[in-house]
Design a protein around this ligand. Sequence first.
Ligand code: GRF
Length: 210
Amino acid sequence: MGIRIAVLASGAGTNLQALLDAWRSQQFRGADMALVASDKPQAGALKRGTALQIPTLALDPAKFPNAAAFDQEMLVHLAEHNVDVVCLAGYMRILTPAFVQTYANRILNIHPALLPAFGGRGMYGHHVHEAVLKSGARFSGCTVHFVDEGTDTGPIILQAVVPVLDQDTPEALAERVLIEEHRIYPRALALYCEQRLQIAGKRVHILEKA
Ligand code: GRF
């Protein structure tokens, strides 16, 4: 049996779509898409899962007393679907320690900047691109990383660089970064499925193809 993947997404789900497209074209070595889950019942991401007959789940945070209870429920569903690896794709919640520990070194996230710069709490969506433009940085990009107990601090798997242009707006930069996100996220998950990612402290070694 292949690795069982869950994708958690809160928004439009274009990164989810990139993962689904790669999965459908057999890039994940016989892996199964076990679940698409969201904290937003209206998330476009859920429709993308449904369109491919993948099980979907919407959990409403308002129905839980706190983040720990919400994550416990999410973990129950992940266990029911025998999920091995969790991909966060525009998931707007910070995972609680219990979640991170249960899936230690088995959670991937995509961030729309070159970590460790422009990460951490409050650095999401347009805030990231605004901060990059304000800083005067000549390059931005995106990062796929393992999730640890910090925010955007886990071992980096892949990055792609995007130049910052003089006339850039946050929206224009976001759009060009997103193109690279869709390219490297499937690539990173493929490496994971091929068991070619070896974590050594903060560094991730990419092993040669067997
Ligand atoms: C992406 O920019 C991703 O890096 C960030 O949230 C955005 C999600 O976009 N974490 P989408 O829902 O995948 O279209």
